[in-house]
Write a protein that binds this ligand. Structure first.
Ligand code: VG1
Ligand code: CO
Length: 552
């Protein structure tokens, strides 16, 4: 065997988005496409000091189509680069949080996640690749931009000429000088979960007849949920459904929200509904929480509620340091932070912005409106962790999901919240829409609108920019915000994870302190704000869309 240099020509579309590089599978299958990106990454990591030589790399993905082929390509390239060891999930399988857990737990140099997360899978779907650094978290923008710059001049990649290796059998094997250790994808992660939560209390909850349905949506959360819930916590067999990761997710769209997880919602509305429902996404870093009788919990509320009850878990028995939420996430968590006397940080969308805050010990809990919640146990959001957190609270309080959420609203007030997505719109039209909004920003402040019951003024209209409190790095153009005097908000931004046209996201929020007014259907409660948003951004005129494609 030897190392071979393969000449390639560069691709110009390899700038990572909100969460890594995501493209259609067919694009990743183009000659040298994946290889160029991986070589650019390895070279950037290496720098002048040959940092990667002898280092340990974690590798795994969500099992979607092209996962297995990509694993073989990356193993050959890592061996050629001189990595000392690769910790590979058996079958090429590792959830995003499990990669983070392995990097941290085994002090690896970094890791590669093969996933397009919540994007559809299969030969006609999407594939993705993301690098996580030694802290277990997504690479900071500085690194992803440097890798992108390198991809533009890639002229070749290095690979061993070795044959495919057996990635399905636990144990170690060798490629040139590099050891490949095929590890159980679940073991390290499950052990970490035991340190976070009161497993005895949850076990007693299930033993007492508590029922649950976890829908893994044929994605990578299945093996984790099954092992922990049914194996370690004694939930009855069949609690976890769609538990085997399939290359095309069995046709499901593993982006858990009440629309995509329709089957779960149907079960949770049935007369014999389980007590608790949950779902996770493609790479198992997202979670959806549903109470019986069709009671979905808004992700922003979930973050706030977990923060308010954090002391019920062993990990946070002494309290939390602070909370961070992405800018478009509702301000429900801010109220809990204020009540607890801890800081609340507002970051741009995407988990990479939480890393510094977590590393510096400034925050313990993080969350996004997009069904993402996590903590300082890792540097990724964590779907199964969030579900266990809820189970811990349910077990210790003995209350139902709905009772807990309503009590939360009574105490802190309710932040009515919704996101309207306009998917697959023409990219140019989307850019025009955002540019037009940005141009109008200066004139919006002070304008009066009919928001909820009365009219109120715009307190602030800006384009969100973030200065990292730890390293001082500045990120601009993170979303147009229109904030009213009452704290009601409209936020506009374009998605950075889609692969077809553009997706316009419109985020809407309004605070309601009066418990008597907290039972209005969400879209109705936000009606006036929705009308203002559509009108201000001229959504219909510019995109040709009268209504959003997805409302969550
Ligand atoms: C979306 C979400 C964002 C999340 C990102 C990655 O990004 O809005 O909150 O961090 O997906 O999630 P965007 O740019 O499309 O709005 V995952 O589970 O796909 O890694
Ligand atoms: Co995900």
């Amino acid at each position: 065997m030897s190392i071979v240099n393969h000449p390639t020509t560069p691709y110009s579309d390899q700038r990572p988005g909100t969460s890594g590089l995501r493209k259609k599978v067919s694009r990743f299958q183009l000659p040298g496409y994946l290889e160029n990106f991986v070589q650019a990454l390895f070279d950037e990591l290496d720098g002048a000091a040959h940092d990667t030589r002898g280092q340990t790399l974690v590798l795994g993905g969500d099992g979607r189509f092209y996962n297995r082929a990509a694993v073989q390509i990356i193993l050959r390239m890592a061996a050629a680069k001189g990595f000392g060891r690769v910790l590979l999930g058996q079958g090429g399988i590792l959830s995003t949080p499990a990669v983070s857990a392995l990097i941290r737990g085994r002090q690896a140099f970094g890791g590669i996640v093969l996933s397009a997360s919540h994007n559809p899978g299969g030969p006609d779907g999407d594939f993705g690749i993301k690098y996580n650094a030694g802290n277990g978290g997504p690479a900071p923008e500085k690194l992803t931009e440097a890798v992108f710059a390198r991809t533009l001049t890639m002229g070749g990649f290095c690979s061993t000429d070795s044959a495919d290796v057996d990635i399905d059998t636990l144990g170690t094997l060798q490629i040139e000088q590099m050891t490949v250790e095929v590890v159980d994808p679940v073991a390290d992660y499950a052990a970490l979960m035991q340190t976070c939560f009161d497993f005895d209390a949850i076990r007693a909850l299930f033993a007492g007849g508590f029922t649950m349905r976890f829908d893994a949506m044929n994605a990578v959360g299945g093996p984790y949920a099954k092992h922990i819930l049914e194996g370690m916590l004694g939930a009855p067999a069949g609690t976890v459904v769609n538990a085997v990761p399939l290359e095309d997710f069995g046709g499901l769209h593993p982006d858990p929200n009440p629309v995509n997880a329709a089957d779960l919602m149907a079960h949770m509305s049935a007369s014999d509904s389980p007590d608790f429902g949950a779902a996770s996404d493609g790479d198992a870093d997202r979670n959806m929480i549903v109470g019986r009788n069709n009671f979905p919990v808004a992700p922003s509320d979930s973050l706030a509620l977990l923060a308010a009850h954090a002391r019920l878990t062993p990990r946070f028995k002494d309290g939390i340091q602070g909370i961070a939420r992405s800018m478009p996430t509702s301000q429900a968590a801010d109220r809990v932070a204020a009540a607890l006397g801890v800081p609340c940080f507002e970051t741009p969308t995407g988990w990479k912005f939480f890393g510094n805050l977590l590393d510096a010990g400034k925050v313990s809990l993080c969350g996004e409106e997009s069904y993402g919640t996590g903590s300082d146990h890792l540097r990724e959001k964590d779907g199964v962790w969030a579900v266990l957190f809820w189970l811990n609270i349910l077990a210790v309080t003995g209350l139902s999901v709905e009772t807990l959420v309503r009590a939360h609203w009574t105490k802190y007030g309710r932040n009515y919240y919704s996101r309207h997505d306009y998917e697959g719109v023409d990219s140019t039209a989307a850019d025009v829409l955002m540019a037009a909004l940005r141009t109008r920003l200066p004139e919006l402040t002070g304008l009066e609108f009919a928001t909820a019951l009365s009219s109120e003024r715009v307190k602030l209209a800006d384009d969100f920019a973030y200065t990292d409190p730890v390293d001082g790095s500045v990120t601009t153009q993170q979303g147009v915000r229109i904030i009213f005097e009452s704290g009601a908000r409209i936020v506009f931004r374009l998605s950075g994870t889609g692969t077809e046209g553009a997706t316009l996201r419109v985020y809407l929020e309004r605070y309601e302190p009066d418990s008597a007014a907290q039972n209005v259907p969400t879209q109705e409660a936000l009606g006036p704000l929705i009308a203002i948003a559509q009108d201000l951004a001229r959504i219909a005129a510019l995109t040709g869309r009268a209504t959003p494609t997805v409302i969550t």
